[in-house]
Design a protein around this ligand. Structure first.
Ligand SMILES: Nc1nc2c(ncn2[C@@H]2O[C@H](COP(=O)(O)OP(=O)(O)OP(=O)(O)O)[C@@H](O)[C@H]2O)c(=O)[nH]1
Ligand SMILES: [Mg+2]
Length: 455
């Protein structure tokens, strides 16, 4: 079911964009409410030849938009020679069918468009499986309509029996994919559980600059592009936030407003990094016409996947494109714990690193290790963890005091050939973060203030 990559020689499909803005739609305020759909269409490499927008009180049950708008749409479609209509609103299978009948053209909705982009951009086996699952789940209730595409308009569709057989086959396939993804997820969970470094997940709206930031922090060479959903796979790399202090940072798939629910579900394995992260860096494109709307959409998706209540820093990105500093000050007031940066020029990255180092330290405790001097390998491992704040030798025993993560010090101590030659004591437990503790401690310096120096 996964769609094949677009053939570059084939002329792009011509499409007309359609949007019904309901009263609670925040895009009603925007000057160009169809900008995002336009960007999605560009990313899917279709050619936009017209736009129709209608303000409505509520969706029409049969065609979503009203009769007058359908007539207007038909005219635009005919005049522009379009072959496809793309609806910004998600349509029920019946609404799609009715619109197709009225327009005599193919009609796809926002979810289908996003699924198409995901299918084009999926690279790893895991991403491909996830997209395939989402596509199958989407197609199941729409099977009759897809069949009718084969025979064109007026085709009466296959017999009920054929339809039932097809549905059963698809259900079996969905089942198999889910099982495969479950295994991948379990493997991922095990992998993440054995990591002992402080972990940071970069999240944010699509095209906010997450991968650019990832590259700036780690030199990872992750794919960056001015298109939506360039990244569909999570990458994790070490990031040196201070001398001798590494954290693990992960780049993740971008979010979008009204992200199809099925897609969120099938991308759970990819979002594992977000769920298990010690800290979220929420990247916001401060140069976007409405950064708050995007930040809100990200918040909604984080809630959907159950990643709320985590310590979070808001990274206001692309400040090199902002001339009006008042706008920046406004965003700093409206969003929690902001750090303005430019992932492109590197401005602000040093401060970001020092803030993250400060937070990472709060996940560390103070440990005293007494170890026989003959345990060379274990001593080397311990001393590689952090600069000891105390170090002394008495008789044949080395005494070290280290600020580090519990699991790290335990693992290093476990390298001793004889476990009886090493003693470990916790002098101070880690001040593990809660949102409340974070807020109380005001760990993030206010703008203009000098950030706390990293150790
Ligand atoms: N001017 C400017 N452009 C930036 C900055 N950061 C990223 N960009 C550009 O923004 C576009 C998107 O960047 P990406 O890093 O691919 O964004 P992303 O958030 O990873 O996007 P997806 O993976 O598609 O969700 C690219 O054209 C980048 O060059 C910045 O600080 N300043
Ligand atoms: Mg990316």
């Amino acid at each position: 079911m996964t769609k094949k990559p677009v053939d570059p020689k084939k002329p792009p499909e011509k499409c007309v964009l359609l949007s019904a803005l309901l009263p609670d739609d925040p895009r009603r305020k925007l000057e160009k409410p169809l900008d995002e759909l336009h960007a999605l269409a560009d990313t899917a490499r279709v050619n936009v030849v017209g736009e129709v927008v209608q303000k409505r009180e509520k969706p029409d049950p049969a065609t979503y938009v009203g009769k007058g708008t359908v007539a207007r749409l038909k005219q635009v479609v005919t005049e522009s020679g379009a072959d496809t209509v793309i609806s910004d609103n998600d349509l029920s299978p019946g609404q799609s069918r009715n619109l197709e009948k009225a327009l005599e053209k193919k009609v796809i909705d926002r979810t289908e468009l996003i699924l198409d982009i995901f299918a084009q951009n999926a690279r790893t086996p895991q991403a491909k499986l996830q997209v395939e699952l989402a596509q199958l789940e989407y197609s199941l209730p729409r099977l009759r309509r897809m069949w009718s595409h084969l025979g064109g308009v007026g085709f009466r569709g296959p017999g009920e029996k054929q339809l039932e057989t097809d549905k059963r086959l698809i259900r079996d396939q969905i089942h198999a994919l889910k099982r495969e993804l479950k295994e991948i997820r379990a493997r991922k969970e095990r992998e993440v559980a054995t990591r002992d470094a402080f972990s940071v997940a970069i999240v944010g709206y699509t095209n906010a600059g997450k991968s650019t930031l990832m590259n700036a922090l780690t030199g990872a060479g992750v794919y960056v592009a001015d298109q939506l959903f360039a990244t569909l796979d999570t990458r994790t790399r070490p990031w040196k936030v201070a001398p001798r202090r590494h954290v693990l940072v992960s780049d993740t798939v971008g979010f979008i407003s009204n992200l199809p629910h099925r897609l969120v579900e099938s991308f759970h394995a990819t979002l594992e990094e977000v769920l298990t992260a010690d800290l979220l860096l929420h990247v916001v494109d401060a140069s976007n016409p409405d950064p708050l709307l995007q930040a809100e959409a990200v918040r909604t998706v984080l809630e959907q996947i159950g990643a709320t209540g985590k310590p979070e820093l808001t990274v206001l990105n692309k400040i090199d494109r902002i001339e009006d500093r008042a706008l920046l000050a406004f965003l700093e007031r409206r969003l929690p714990r902001t750090i303005p940066i430019s992932a492109r020029t590197g401005e602000g990255i040093e401060r970001l690193a020092s803030e993250v180092a400060t937070l990472a330290i709060r996940h560390e405790g103070l440990y005293e290790v007494q170890i026989d001097v003959r345990e060379g390998a274990a001593i080397a491992a311990l001393e590689a963890l952090a600069e000891p704040s105390e170090r002394s030798i008495e008789k044949e025993t080395l005494r070290l005091v280290l600020r580090t993560r519990k699991r790290s010090v335990e693992q290093a101590a476990a390298r001793a050939r004889d476990r009886k030659r090493v003693r470990l004591r916790e002098l101070e437990p880690p001040a593990i973060e809660t949102e409340a503790a974070l807020a109380k401690a005001e760990l993030v310096a206010s703008p203009g203030e000098k950030p706390e120096a990293a150790p």
